[in-house]
Design a protein around this ligand. Structure first.
Ligand SMILES: CC(C)(COP(=O)(O)OP(=O)(O)OC[C@H]1O[C@@H](n2cnc3c(N)ncnc32)[C@H](O)[C@@H]1O)[C@@H](O)C(=O)NCCC(=O)NCCS
Ligand SMILES: Nc1ncnc2c1ncn2[C@@H]1O[C@H](COP(=O)(O)OP(=O)(O)OP(=O)(O)O)[C@@H](O)[C@H]1O
Length: 196
């Protein structure tokens, strides 16, 4: 079974992905792939530099993620431009990694895709697991993890679909407002229900 793990920014996808990893499930991580496809020398990074200029490139030739984030979160047009450059490469690598896990004999593969709903990737997966938190908890965890101001956190949150829309499209929802043990218990209930 291919399970899509999604949610909103800082809702706890990586936290749940780590729990799944501990239980032996292979994880394909779209955020990790987004880093892989912009390595120095890659055609994707070259196109990003052509479109956004040298100010988004560090002295060592890598993508300046902080500068890129400041440009695209809060500017829909610029974010769409970046998405148009980077998302095709992410999708290609996502499928390659999934196929490689299946070829190696995995019966279940987890695709951790933050923008599963925004990019309408429903067909990539058989079940959708959404990790959810309230807007208050989300903002607090995002500000503290990324050292962001409230307005920076607000613009990152606003660049994604609202949490309730994602919950409506889910096959199961994990409420991650509580402690890790509560999240773990809900995850195990879902895995048992889906028999994976
Ligand atoms: C803009 C970038 C350079 C900022 O890097 P930074 O290290 O600060 O953030 P990171 O990559 O760890 O992303 C953190 C979270 O931000 C959210 N996010 C990232 N990109 C986007 C986007 N284009 N639109 C909406 N939300 C996004 C996701 O929830 C993601 O989990 C980076 O996020 C990026 O390259 N984004 C485009 C690729 C993408 O869409 N990634 C999301 C997974 S498909
Ligand atoms: N149940 C929890 N209790 C307390 N803190 C938590 C809990 N779950 C996650 N966190 C913390 O909240 C922050 C966001 O969690 P995590 O990184 O897993 O979210 P994410 O959905 O993967 O984020 P992103 O969309 O940015 O990739 C992290 O600092 C994490 O340690």
């Amino acid at each position: 079974m291919i399970i899509g793990l999604t949610g909103s920014i800082a809702s706890g996808k990586s936290t749940v992905a780590n729990l799944l990893k501990d239980r032996g499930y292979p994880i394909v991580d779209a955020d990790e792939i987004a880093r892989l496809v912009v390595e120095p020398g890659s055609p994707v990074l070259h196109e990003i530099e052509t479109v956004f200029g040298a100010e988004v490139i560090c002295d060592d030739g890598s993508l300046n993620r902080a500068a890129m984030g400041r440009l695209v979160f809060g500017d829909d047009k610029k974010r769409e431009q970046l998405n148009a450059i980077i998302h095709p490469a992410i999708r290609k690598e996502l499928i390659l990694q999934k196929e490689s896990h299946l070829a190696a004999g995995a019966k279940t593969v987890i695709l951790d895709i933050p923008l599963l709903f925004e990019n309408k990737l429903h067909d990539y997966v058989e079940k959708i697991l959404v990790v959810s938190v309230t807007p208050e908890v989300q903002k607090e965890r995002l500000m503290s993890r990324n050292q962001l101001s409230e307005s920076e956190a607000d613009s990152r949150i606003a660049s994604q679909l609202p949490m309730d829309i994602k919950e409506q499209g889910a096959d199961a929802v994990i409420d991650n407002n509580g402690d890790l043990a509560e999240t773990e218990r809900q995850l195990d209930d879902v895995l048992q229900k889906w028999l994976v």
